[in-house]
Design a protein around this ligand. Structure first.
Ligand SMILES: Nc1ncnc2c1ncn2[C@@H]1O[C@H](COP(=O)(O)OP(=O)(O)OC[C@H]2O[C@@H]([n+]3cccc(C(=O)O)c3)[C@H](O)[C@@H]2O)[C@@H](O)[C@H]1O
Ligand SMILES: Nc1ncnc2c1ncn2[C@@H]1O[C@H](COP(=O)(O)OP(=O)(O)OP(=O)(O)O)[C@@H](O)[C@H]1O
Ligand SMILES: [Mg+2]
Length: 285
């Protein structure tokens, strides 16, 4: 096989793994994913869904799908057994809190909780930093420590959601879709940790199309994606961190033309983050 053929085969395999369709019917995708959520909840024997709502388009869309799913389940048994619990998880005060409130107004969750993750994230960060210093480990650049602390914030959010799920017999959906999945653009065992991933198989623009179909307002549908994890770079746009645009990632996923340099970044990032998509390695028997 020539290098060109090997590259084409690798791209085709990644596209198949990511399961993104070149075109979608948003109404059909909504019902398909609502049915998926209902099946997962029924099969679990549990009673609720617990999801962090940031104000971004991913959690707005996933949250609305969850609320529709529990509404449909309750209607089918004519009883209010199932609930969707939306969780606001600010680190102190969130700069784009207005967007989060807009998202909640769109989702209309059965229950909304607000859990400030600052004390937990700061506590573990400070304990880690002083333990490393006390042990004489070399100091790391302030920017790198802040980046790592950002991942701790994501893991605090994960811990909070799973505690609520434990308390009230719930599942934790995740908001990872294929444009994030291909780039490994999530915190391992942070927002990447979930019981089900209803948005998988969608590109970012397809997530926006579902949000629009569901009736989200233009601000939510078009909101600039941000992980907003770093103290030193608040509201950093994902596209700046990724080095490619979501349009370029979506074009790759949907099998459209992609500029050569963007394709290189996508492939290199996919390979580097393979460990996040693999099962945990174990020794052979
Ligand atoms: N080759 C390898 N084989 C097995 N494991 C490997 C490994 N390389 C790293 N690891 C492990 O993985 C860890 C690194 O992964 P991780 O902790 O995730 O950290 P990392 O991938 O470095 O950072 C997460 C990235 O995702 C972004 N993010 C996070 C959360 C939400 C969003 C969003 O879109 O909103 C984006 C965040 O801004 C950042 O750019 C290492 O510390 C190590 O434990
Ligand atoms: N401040 C927050 N409050 C509640 N949940 C949060 C918060 N920040 C992140 N999350 C959770 O972590 C998930 C991953 O964040 P991510 O930024 O990828 O999604 P988003 O904010 O919904 O959309 P976008 O990627 O467009 O910003 C969110 O979907 C949400 O479930
Ligand atoms: Mg976000």
């Amino acid at each position: 096989m020539s290098d060109t053929q090997a590259l084409a085969a690798e791209i085709a395999a990644i596209q198949a793994e990511m399961q993104v369709k070149p075109e979608i019917d948003p109404a059909a995708e909504v019902q398909h994913r609502v049915d998926f959520i209902k099946t997962q909840l029924l099969n679990s024997g549990l009673d609720c869904l617990v999801l962090g709502i940031s104000g971004g388009v991913d959690s707005s869309t996933c949250g609305r799908l969850c609320q529709i799913a529990v509404d449909q389940l309750n209607a089918s048994i004519d009883e209010k057994r199932y609930r969707f619990i939306a969780v606001r998880l600010p680190y102190s005060v969130q700069a784009d809190e207005d967007d989060a409130q807009r998202a909640l107004a769109f989702i209309q969750p059965d229950v909304t909780l607000t859990i400030n993750v600052q004390a937990g994230a700061d506590g573990i960060h400070q304990s880690v930093m002083s333990a490393c210093a006390d042990a004489g480990l070399e100091s790391v650049a302030e920017s790198h420590a802040d980046f790592c602390k950002g991942n701790t914030k994501a893991r605090m959010r994960m811990a909070a959601q799973f505690q609520v799920a434990g308390l009230y017999r719930g599942l934790v959906p995740g908001t990872d879709h294929s444009a994030e999945n291909i780039m490994g653009f999530y915190t391992k065992f942070g927002d990447g940790a979930c019981d089900l991933a209803p948005l998988f198989g969608l590109s970012k623009r397809q997530v926006r199309a579902l949000a629009d179909h569901l009736g989200a307002c233009a601000e939510t549908v078009g909101k600039v994606p941000t992980a907003d994890l770093e103290d030193n770079q608040p509201q950093l746009a994902d596209e700046q961190a990724l080095g490619v645009t979501y349009d370029q990632i979506d074009n790759f996923l949907e099998g459209r033309e992609v500029e050569a340099d963007a394709q290189q970044v996508i492939l290199a990032t996919y390979r580097r983050t393979a460990h996040k998509r693999e099962p945990i390695p174990v020794p052979s028997a």
